[in-house]
Design a binder for this molecule. Structure first.
Ligand SMILES: N=CN[C@@H](CCC(=O)O)C(=O)O
Ligand SMILES: [Mn+2]
Length: 313
């Protein structure tokens, strides 16, 4: 495991100084988290989790370990359309480069727990979906009544056999909840029938998972959004995970496992708006971007625009 500090080289872009404040782009409001002022109010903080170890263990296509910096680069040049009372911060990367996912995860939990305890908002850029477990466990150090929202084509409810992988994080969260006598409040959104086995659907039923199929989103987005607003009222806080393979392959070719019949950027954008507008989201992660299969950086761009929706709220 390695810890790489804030790198300004990821945060560069076009300069439109003739337009003053109206010409600002995201990279111009990014700062190193180590220089944050004590007066900052609920700032958003990037943490890169450079891991594809979980994908490899899950027999998937590797290529996600460089994603955090590539997504930062796509985000950097987006125009600033919201007012920031504060800067946006970046801590740098945690790198799993020795197959020891567990050691990288310990560091992840340690860093993110500190961010959450300061009431700052971590935005974690993965990495494969193994990123999710550390994010949840860090949040669970501060909160108990957590709604777990996973926008994903897959349940990721596999049982570790014996290791933790990109396919097991939500099962491991269920185990954590059982051991700590907590409800497992899991709401996956965008599930594909043909992306999950019968065994996984049965496990979801047995764990009373309140899942929303991709087809339900396609048939009636407004109903999904209204139902979501109601269901999240019962939770104190939300953990939101966005797996880029929830999108149709036409929008997101750059993932480990591509999806047919996947969601559109418009649908996911409005799901994120509902979640963020609840003011309950305490941590967000975006996972499974894989540049090796991307086409003209389109999936990196889509990843950046989804993070933008979280930043603007
Ligand atoms: N991160 C999860 N991956 C999915 C899909 C695997 C695949 O289709 O290759 C899973 O394990 O179910
Ligand atoms: Mn996933």
């Amino acid at each position: 495991m390695q810890k790489i500090p804030f790198n300004q080289d990821c945060w560069t872009g076009r300069v439109d100084s003739e337009d003053g404040e109206q010409g600002l782009r995201i990279y111009q409001v990014i700062r190193d988290y180590k220089n944050i002022k004590a007066s900052s109010v609920q700032p958003k903080v990037f943490v890169g989790f450079c891991s594809e170890e979980g994908v490899e263990r899950n027999k998937g296509r590797i290529g996600a370990k460089n994603s955090p910096d590539l997504i930062r680069k796509s985000l950097a040049n987006l125009p600033l359309h919201f007012s920031t009372t504060d800067f946006i911060y970046d801590t740098g990367n945690i790198i799993c480069d020795d197959k020891n996912l567990e050691a990288a995860r310990e560091e992840q939990i340690h860093q993110i727990d500190k961010i959450i305890k300061k009431n700052h908002f971590p935005i974690v850029i993965g990495g494969g979906h193994e990123t999710a477990l550390g994010d949840f466990l860090a949040l669970a150090k501060s909160y108990t009544n957590i709604g777990i929202i996973n926008i994903d084509a897959h349940f990721d409810l596999r049982i570790p056999n014996p290791q933790s992988t990109s396919g097991t994080p939500f099962y491991e969260m269920a185990k954590y909840c059982e051991e700590n006598k907590l409800n497992f409040n899991y709401i996956p959104i965008g599930i594909q029938e043909l992306g999950n086995t019968k065994a996984l659907f049965n496990r979801a039923e047995n764990l009373s998972v309140n899942f929303i199929m991709a087809d339900e989103v396609h048939l009636n987005l407004n109903k999904v959004l209204e139902d979501l607003k109601i269901v999240i009222q019962q939770f104190d806080v939300l953990y939101v995970s966005l797996d880029m393979d929830v999108f149709d392959a036409a929008y997101a070719p750059g993932v480990s496992a591509t999806t047919v019949n996947g969601l559109t950027p418009f649908q996911v954008k409005y799901i994120l708006k509902v979640l963020m507008n609840s003011n309950k989201v305490k941590i967000f992660d975006l996972v499974e971007y894989n540049s090796l299969y991307d086409v003209d950086n389109s999936t990196a761009k889509l990843s950046a625009q989804m993070i933008y929706e979280v930043l603007r709220c």
